[in-house]
Structure formats: structure tokens, C-alpha cells
Design a protein around this ligand. Sequence first.
Ligand SMILES: Cc1ncc(COP(=O)(O)O)c(C=O)c1O
Length: 445
Amino acid sequence: MFELSTSDPTTLEPRVDEAGATSPRHLSPTLGRYFERTWSHGEGHRLYDAEGRACLDFACGIATTVLGHRHPEVTAAIVEQAQRLVHVCNGLGYVEPVSRLAAMITARMPAGLDSVFFANSGTEAIEGALKLSRRVTGRPGIVAFHGAFHGRTFGSLSITTSNDNYQAGHGPFLPDVHLVPFPLAYRDFNGDEAAATEASLAALERLFSETIAPAKVAAIVIEPVLGEGGYVPAPPDFLPRLREVCDEHGILLVLDEVQSGYGRTGRMWAFEHAGIVPDVVCLAKAMANGLPLGALVARRELHDRWGKGAHGSTFGGNPVACAAGVAVLEAIERDGLVNNAADMGRQLRDGLLRLAERDERIGDVRGPGLMIGVEFVTDRGTREPDGELGDKVIARCADEGLLLLTCGPAHNIVRWIAPLDVTSAEIEEALAVFGRVLDEMKPAS
Ligand SMILES: Cc1ncc(COP(=O)(O)O)c(C=O)c1O
């Protein structure tokens, strides 16, 4: 029987480059990288590079390793399932951890959202949602929001506009896709959330009257908190108003919770803050604490109408990933991690607001739970994004042992994606590093 190593991984030897054998020169540069470092191993909330330097990991593999690294129960679940059965395509029948995980996810969803289609990633979950929406409604139109990120495959890329570079040169995209502005209260409306909400809804109404009749729209797809686009929560009223529009016109409301789901915002699902029930929910990232897994959750009746054989996947719902997924949900529940995310998020936000009081370069601190964005501007009046500062700050923080990422088209928003089980002491440690780095980088007055 395989024994889990109990050795202290901080004493692990970094894997060295033998005659260039581990050089990254054969890896495609197409995948943009935040850091030119080789990562060696992780333990808890620390990530170690090949030179043995440790970072407090507040990037979490871009919101995936939400329980940190080498989590004992997740690792044990992975090992146990790998020893029993690594893979059988879900198309061949049922496997216990897959069915169990589906039951656990739906038990945590609002009543009615009772059936799961498993995929391998966020983009695949979105592809499934687009296909389901068109087939079930018999309508072609898809409405999404400027600045959103939904993935890199053709369907999801057709509704991804968080950065010009993602679509550039890759078209043509899906026909009948229509974009309306996401309500960006800070950037476009002086912080006025009600005005931002009304403007987006007015744009949607205009779209319906001028470009596509609502009776031809299959789905409205939205991130409840804009992720890659800048960590901007939808204003409180926005999702309920969208729900009303969808109900009025028979449009499916698809919530992309790939980044915001699983407790990240201090509620299990970000849409809970708005008190609405979506028709379709897309999940991925945090589900298996780093193993590839995605899911589309919807009412049974919608899956039935989508139809047998209408969609499929060889690897989707891999048993090892699902076994990890079961352990993740058990840990979140047992350790009260959704509440922890809310509490630690408040502490982090308060600390960041204190830093903003003494630093004019911080234009905005926003976001629920542990999905917090700090927006850098060259001038608080004009709100001109300062992307150069964002890039420099995260590079310097990494040198100082704190891993943070940027987001937003100009990279001027530093996003804080701490693990869900982060401690108060770790929050203080991170704030101290961030504050010190900002002070060091203050322009001479
Ligand atoms: C909100 C959202 N949707 C979809 C995706 C795509 O997920 P994946 O990279 O797993 O395909 C992402 C990834 O960052 C995301 O943040």
C-alpha cells in the first residue's frame, strides 16, 4: 500500500536542470506567463521555486488550489482513487466518486439545480452551456458582457473580451453573439452602482429593440464578479434585474462561476449575494484543488431537453479528479471555509483600505470575500489605469515572498486570491509585504 510521505517538503531538493533537460525552451511562448520562474513544490500555503525560494501563495494557481498545496485529505483521496481506478470514460457507465460529487454539488445549489454534466475545464463548461442553451430554446442568440472572460475555445472565446489579444486574428467567431457593457461603476460611473446598472440595462433594451428580438435570444451569460476583466462585482441590483429580463422573455440565465464559485466570495456561489436562482451554472477551477475538472449544473428538465448524446467528453468527470472534488467539498464544509473566506476577506479588505488611505496610486479596493481587486491609477481624478505599476508590484512582491497576480486589460488591478483556509496571521503577513513594496516604490516627491 502506498504511504503518503510525511517528510517535510521544505527540505525537498529542488529538481535541477541536468544539461538543459528541464529547460523550458521547448514550451510554447503563446501561453503568457506572469513569472519566469520554475516552480518546484508546494506545502500548505507556500509555493517553492527551483532555487528554494518560498512564496506565500495568494494566486492559488489562478483560483484553483483553494485549500493550498499537498492538502492531506485531497492527496489521500487522489492516491486512493488512483490505486482503484484512474479512468473510465463517463460514457461507459457510472463511477462512485463521480456520482457522489454530482450529488454533493447539487445539494449545495438552490433547489431545482439538480443535474451535473462534468467537463475538464471552465471553457468546456461554458461551451456546454452555450450548446445547451441553443438546443433547448431553439434560439440562436447569445448575449454576454464587454470585458468578460469565459475561456479560450471558439464558443467561449466568442464571448471573451477581457483583453484585445485573446480574439485578435482568431475570428470569425460564433454568429449571433451580442455584447452589452458590464456595469463598471468605478471606471465609468464615478462609483455610482445604480447608474451603472441602469446604463447596462438600457443597452440591453436597445439591443433587443434594434439588433436582435429577445425571442431570438437563447441565453444571457454573465460572471457575477468579473474575473480576468478586473475583479468587478456586478452591482447588487443587476443580477435580479437580469433575472427579470430572462423570465419575461424565456431566456436562460447562465452564471459563469468558474472563478467566483466555491466560497471564493464568502458565499458558496456568488449569485447567492444577489438572491437569484440561475438556469445554468458553470464551475471549474477550485473544484478539485488543482486537478482539471469543470461542471455545468442545471435543472434535470433542461438536461433532458438537451437530449441523450447531445454532448460528451472522454475525460470529463475523471474519477481521480472527482475523488479530489469530494474531498474538497468535505473540507470546505467541515472546516467552515466559506465563512472563513468572508471573515478573512473583511480583514484583508480593511487592511487594503488602510493602505489606500495613505497611497494615492490606489484608486479602488473592491470585491466580496476573498475575491478582492486593488486598482492602480496614475491619477485618482482621471482614473487612468497604471498597468506598469501593477506589473512591477507583483514582480517585487514575488521577490519578497508573496505571490499575487494582476488582471484587467491594462494589468493595473492586483487581484488577491488567497486560499479559502487562509489564516489571520497570513493575511497580516501579506499586507505587510504589499505595504512595504508600495512604500519602496513610491516616487520621490
Ligand atoms: C470566469 C471564468 N470563466 C471561464 C474560464 C476558463 O476556464 P479554463 O481556463 O479552466 O478553461 C476562466 C478562467 O480563468 C474564468 O475565470
